[in-house]
Design a protein around this ligand. Structure first.
Ligand code: NI
Length: 255
């Protein structure tokens, strides 16, 4: 299942890449036309050179794409308001606050990440299906964003501090992407972190092998440079949604 899903994601990503290099190439072409005489540019336009018309089509589709996402952002903003209203009913706002250790055993606090865009996911390494699927999706989105020079740092915070020790988390996260910063701590530190992010988790009963499932909120948060919540992604979001919404937020962000 996972291999198939990742292959599909890769195929989709592969389909996108040539288009992007075309965009860059046409932009370069357009720039060099700007520098040369105007009449030359006009002439090639009126001759209907396929290159120029192609660039117009590509340019147009970028605009349509951007407008589409702006529109989506707007309707998402309403969803966000509803979400925030739900979250704030008798509860405090979501805050990105933590004081944990990473997979090298090094102390990491939320303060040191201020000024950076974060994608924060809560889960646990023994999760049978949901976490692997979500991590695969988010890793793919992060990969695409990094290829396009969008600076975003993915954080994985465990909801199973009893079992998720630094070395195990590193090994697990590397199966998805070495870019993930894994964070763990003691029960109290994890409890406080989950509370500030409004993430619910609860370990289930142990079986004969001492194995157990941790029930947890399946959500990832996009955190802005000031530590503010910018967006959240549930399970129904596709890799394209995650990629494009993060991109839109970063591009539209005003300090
Ligand atoms: Ni899970």
């Amino acid at each position: 299942m996972l291999a198939l899903a990742s292959r599909q994601l890769l195929q989709r990503a592969a389909l996108k890449r040539p288009l992007q290099s075309n965009i860059i190439r046409t932009q370069i072409r357009l720039n060099s036309q700007d520098k040369s005489s105007k009449s030359k540019a006009t002439r090639s336009m009126s001759y209907g050179s396929p290159v120029t018309w192609k660039s117009v089509a590509v340019g147009g589709s970028i605009i349509v794409f951007t407008l589409g996402y702006l529109y989506k952002l707007k309707s998402d903003r309403q969803k966000q308001i509803d979400f925030n209203n739900k979250m704030t009913m008798g509860q405090a706002d979501i805050k990105c606050l933590f004081d944990l250790v990473d997979t090298d055993g090094k102390k990491r606090t939320s303060e040191e990440f201020r000024g950076r865009w974060l994608l924060v996911y809560f889960g646990f390494t023994h999760c049978p299906d949901v976490c692997p699927e979500e991590l695969e999706k988010l890793s793919e989105a992060i990969d695409r964003l990094h290829k396009e020079k969008f600076d975003i740092t993915p954080l994985f915070i465990t909801v199973d501090p009893q079992r998720d020790k630094p070395a195990l988390m590193r090994k697990y996260l590397d199966e998805f992407s070495s870019k993930w910063i894994g964070l763990t701590g003691d029960d109290e530190q994890i409890g406080r972190t989950a509370k500030s992010f409004r993430v619910y988790y609860s370990p289930g009963p142990k079986d004969q092998d001492n194995d157990y499932i941790v029930d947890h909120t399946i959500i990832s948060y996009l955190i802005g440079p000031k530590g503010q919540l910018m967006e959240y992604f549930g399970q129904t979001r596709t890799v394209d949604d995650v990629e494009n919404l993060i991109k839109s937020h970063i591009m539209l962000y005003k300090d």
